[in-house]
Design a protein around this ligand. Structure first.
Ligand code: PMP
Ligand code: GLN
Length: 373
């Protein structure tokens, strides 16, 4: 299988000592309470295998979080499974629910794991394009993508790489299609707390008729700036969660006992702390957006996530893949070409994703370096 773009671009960043605005990871530590809780858990000796389904404290905290923010009632004993990051939750869900010849509908651009895992299980990913500058979902395109082989609609909102946030009307359109065709929805919500301006995250499980057919996936990585911890989870109806656990137990079995305890502490932080994460990142989105525009790029409005998408065509560039492969050596900055998130690059040949989740001085330095283009 091909190497993920994140490994490729991060290796170039290391090789050329470039500022890495490619792979999305912050350069500041997460909340003090969360980091301290991990250290404390290690010193308390919580260092052995946890149950495959996850430590009780974290499962309870995940359910309490879903209730506090979205009003969703979940049973910690049967409706949540802790995984090695959202990645393992997504892969386990796909392996559990999709087989050879099946089709998985996903918003395009799509996070690269969706296609790679679909291919691993012998299924195919059927893209439904959302396009710049607004990245709205056209319900007719979604309807047209459904065939008798469709098993799953794989949503991602807030969306990587575009920063789109699905509106209630868009989610209702997805729900109508899922119910009409009796499809399962897997929804990747890892950026649920990284929202800008007045954007609101609506889990599709809160819509009528959806809780019983939705697996929601999230992760501590983005919310608490601990992407290397790889603590994620899947929630949903007991019979679907049981299937995810059935697969996940043969992948990692379990991971990160002390980190699971620490994430439980994080999920119980006051609401204001979650809101602050979005506000802090929003200022960085603005800094990067304004800076890239000053350089002559066309920059699309990002409503959420770690990312901003820019079009480099105004700079005379014609291929974002070539651009990103040469950028670390040319100016000492790494970025990711959006075309790798597409089944077909047509129309997005010159789009580049830049991560804004860095200290202000690092973003400013990157913008200064990009002036040499
Ligand atoms: N889904 C999306 C949309 C992502 O951007 C990422 C990367 N952080 C993941 C899933 C994987 O998350 P994790 O690192 O928790 O496995
Ligand atoms: N989710 C991160 C991104 O989109 C990368 C995660 C990874 O390296 N697999 O940049």
């Amino acid at each position: 299988m091909a190497t993920t773009i994140f490994s490729e671009m991060s290796a170039l960043a290391v090789q050329y000592d470039a500022i890495n605005l490619g792979q999305g990871f912050p350069d500041t530590p997460g909340p003090r309470e969360v980091v301290d809780a991990a250290v404390a858990a290690m010193h308390r000796g919580l260092n052995q295998y946890p149950p495959a389904i996850g430590v009780p404290a974290l499962r309870e905290a995940i359910c309490a979080h879903q209730k506090r923010f979205y009003g969703l009632e979940l049973d910690p004993a049967s409706q949540v499974v802790v995984c090695a990051g959202a990645s393992e939750a997504l892969s386990s869900a796909l392996v559990a629910l999709v087989g050879p010849g099946d089709e998985v509908i996903a918003l395009e651009p799509f996070y690269d794991l969706y296609q790679a895992t679909s291919v691993l299980v012998g299924a195919s990913l059927v893209p439904v394009r959302i396009s710049a500058p607004d990245y709205r979902l056209d319900p007719e395109l979604l309807r047209a993508a459904v065939t008798e082989r469709t098993k799953v609609i794989l949503l991602n909102s807030p969306h990587n790489p575009t920063g789109a946030v699905l509106s209630r009307a868009e989610l209702e359109a997805v729900a109508a299609v899922a119910i009409e065709h009796d499809l399962i929805v897997i929804t990747d919500e890892v950026y649920e707390h990284l929202l800008f301006d007045d954007e609101v995250h609506i889990p599709i499980s809160t819509l009528p008729g959806m809780a019983e057919r939705t697996i929601a996936v999230s992760s501590a990585g983005k919310t608490f700036s601990v992407t290397g911890w790889k603590i994620g989870w899947a929630t949903g109806p007991a019979e679907l969660v049981e299937k995810v656990l059935g697969v996940k137990q043969w992948f990692s079995f379990a991971s990160g006992t002390p980190l699971q305890h620490a994430v439980a502490v994080g999920l119980e932080l006051p609401e204001e702390r979650f809101a602050l994460m979005g506000r802090e990142l929003q200022a960085k989105r603005d800094l990067l957006t304004d800076g890239l525009r000053d350089l002559g790029m066309e920059v699309y409005h990002s409503k959420a996530s770690y990312f901003v998408t820019a079009d480099i065509a105004p700079l005379g560039e014609t291929d974002s893949l070539e651009f990103c492969r040469s950028l670390p050596a040319r100016v000492g900055v790494a970025a990711v070409p959006n075309q790798v998130f597409h089944a077909s690059p047509v129309g997005v040949e010159t789009q580049v994703r830049f991560a804004c989740c860095k200290r202000d001085e690092v973003l400013s330095d990157a913008l200064l370096r990009l002036r040499k283009l």
